[in-house]
Ligand binder design. Structure first.
Ligand code: B12
Ligand code: SF4
Length: 543
């Protein structure tokens, strides 16, 4: 590190690679990778030729497509975005870059690189790792390349010197104005949302849906564009990495920033202009409404006024993720009138004790009244749940399954995970007390001999609870396979019913009644009319 390099032309060029998830869209709606697209907009605005390579949206195998892309241009900087769950695939692409373009300056960035820079150097062919928000470090890197200056010592980077010593140089978080400028630079007109929509429409076999209403509902879900107006999250949930991201990069407590109501409206109008077929804008902020929030009511009024004046379509809908303890009847009514159709809530668990472990005990008393009010206002709450925590008891798991089923029947949508995933950078993943319950996966980087053990599960301390959770996981997998062969794509709301089904015999064996099995199957058929009862496994596998 540290030596000067010459750019391939007067102005350096950059190729930015998004996180690679070969199981595209299995759990979630995939979308163009917002992080690298925003970076590309910022670099282009500074006169640096930049291209995004999106491995999740290629016509051919992403490995071949990347090789072609690398050979088609002389890239001075190749940036690889990383997340924990996609790391082995991200590394595969990084090694292809090194093999095909040995001279390229390869930079790792994103969540996993920020929390595990040493691991990046150990497993990947990187010249530099960027900590936190990539805008400033990449601009500085390009400026130095352009000037032929040495590349060492850039704020917001980690480098490895000739002796193998790791040198870490923190950077402060983007200021409010810097964040606004970066968001404004996001090149929505270039982002291939239509390509994603077409893929999702065929994955859901929209044309084959029985009613116009069902087709319309699916299209509203699929034709969505993601907008982020906040840099990460102040909540401090113990299982979450996002909440620690900026602090990690800054080396101290960083302050958060977000767009104002009128700036959100500017972005909404730009998105509609860039993608006129959009039906839903998903505010991808970790937390869209704070408890002492002064933005949400003016924003809702602004959206309604913009719809009345025809500046945005009257049918445009919105989705956001919110703190349940930041909701009130007034806010819910305003959001519903503005077109917020689905509101995500990180409820996580219905046991107060488990919520305490997750550092969110304060939300418990708000769950029941706010879900009821949201449903009454015509808004669909989407609850994210984690069935167990390190100290969960069987009763906690049973309580969460029973409540989940009750709220599903009441009209909520639910995404369920069986246990805590130890994301790098989360408080739980850093706690040595949980090492005995941490399970690892043996990972290999395709095309190389590189292997490592990656933490993938933190299971409950109580062996009885762990046994139940692992059996449920096996049973869920056994039921999912045949169903997925029969229907197009199983969204989270249906997966949650499968989790409940898979839990029934296992929890019953231990004296926990969750729900009536035939009734749960009926709920599944009601949500999936194309499912043929005769061909489905009628009893939950007990694995
Ligand atoms: C929106 C979102 C999604 C969306 C859309 C993703 C997309 N295509 O845009 C969906 C729902 C599809 C999704 C899926 C998944 N997600 Co997600 N997602 C998010 C969320 C909420 C926002 C991401 C975002 O757009 N941020 C805004 C952009 C501007 O920020 P950014 O991506 O962090 O990028 C900045 C920096 O990281 C850095 N940077 C990023 N890449 C690079 C590359 C280089 C070279 C450089 C220099 C810098 C750099 O610079 C960028 C600009 O400042 C984050 C939480 C969060 N707040 O970040 C979780 C998060 C990233 N997701 C996460 C996970 C686990 C997943 C899934 C694996 C879940 C699953 N089981 O399927 C999948 C992976 C799919 C995939 N292919 O990546 C985790 C990652 C955990 C970790 N430590 O690695 C996060 C952090 C949430 C969490 N704490 O649990 N996700
Ligand atoms: S889980 Fe959600 S609310 Fe909690 S800290 Fe993370 S992003 Fe914030």
């Amino acid at each position: 590190m540290g030596g000067a390099r010459r750019p391939t032309s007067n102005s350096p060029s950059a190729l930015l690679i998004g996180p690679y998830d070969p199981h595209c869209g299995e759990f979630t709606f995939l979308a163009p990778p917002l992080g690298v697209w925003r970076l590309s907009g910022v670099l282009e605005a500074a006169g640096i030729e930049t291209k995004v390579f999106d491995p999740n949206c290629c016509r051919e195998a992403p490995q071949r497509a990347l090789e072609r892309e690398l050979r088609s241009g002389a890239w001075d900087i190749v940036g690889v975005s990383t997340t924990g769950m996609t790391l082995r695939f991200d590394l595969e692409l990084a090694h292809i870059v090194r093999r095909v373009t040995p001279e390229a300056f390869i930079v790792a960035g994103g969540m996993e690189a920020t929390f595990r820079p040493e691991l990046m150097f150990e497993l990947g062919p990187f010249d530099l790792v960027v900590l936190g928000e990539g805008e400033r470090p990449l601009l500085e890197l390009a400026a130095r390349l352009r000037a032929g200056q040495p590349l060492g010592g850039i704020a917001g980077t980690v480098e490895r010197n000739r002796d193998g010593k790791i040198i870490r140089i923190p950077q402060r978080a983007l200021t409010r104005d810097e964040l606004r400028d970066a968001i404004y630079s996001t090149p929505y007109d270039k982002m291939p949302y239509s390509a994603y929509w077409e893929r999702l429409e065929s994955a859901y076999r929209i044309g084959a849906l029985p009613s116009k209403a069902a087709r319309e509902a699916h299209l509203a879900e699929i034709r969505s564009v993601r907008l982020i107006t906040l840099n990460y999250c102040p909540m401090g949930c113990t299982f979450c990495s996002s909440t620690n991201f900026l602090h990690e990069a800054q080396g101290s407590v960083a302050s958060l920033a977000r767009l104002e109501a009128d700036e959100c409206l500017t972005m909404i109008e730009r998105i509609v202009a860039a993608h006129p077929r959009v039906r839903t804008i998903i505010f991808q902020d970790d937390i869209f409404v704070f408890t002492r929030d002064r933005r949400i009511l003016p924003l809702c009024e602004g959206i309604i006024a913009a719809k009345d004046r025809g500046r945005i379509p009257a049918h445009l809908q919105f989705i956001s993720t919110n703190r349940i303890d930041a909701m009130s009847s007034e806010r819910l009514t305003a959001m519903s009138r503005a077109g917020f159709r689905v509101l995500g809530f990180g409820v996580e668990n219905f046991s107060p004790k488990v919520l305490g472990e997750f550092n969110k005990a304060q939300i418990h008393r708000h769950i029941e009244p706010m879900l009821s009010t949201a449903l009454a206002s015509g808004v669909t709450p989407f609850l994210d749940l984690i069935l167990s925590s390190p100290h969960a008891t069987l009763e906690d798991v049973g309580q969460t399954l029973r409540e989940a089923y009750r709220w599903l029947r009441a009209g909520c949508e639910i995404g369920m995970y069986p246990y805590v995933i130890p994301f790098s950078g989360s408080a739980i993943a850093r706690d040595p007390n949980f090492l005995p319950q941490t399970h690892y996966a043996h990972q290999r980087v395709a095309g190389t001999d590189i292997t490592w053990h990656q933490p993938v599960k933190i299971l409950p301390v109580d062996p009885i609870v762990t046994d139940a959770i692992l059996r449920m996981e096996r049973s869920f997998g056994a039921m999912l396979g045949p169903l997925e062969r029969q229907v197009a794509h199983l969204p989270s709301r249906l997966r949650s019913l499968l989790w409940i089904l898979s839990s029934l015999p296992i929890m019953a064996e231990r004296g926990q009644y969750i729900a009536d099995e035939s009734e749960v199957w009926s709920e599944l058929y009601a949500r999936l009319p194309t499912l043929r009862p005769a061909a489905t496994p009628m009893a939950a596998a007990t694995a």
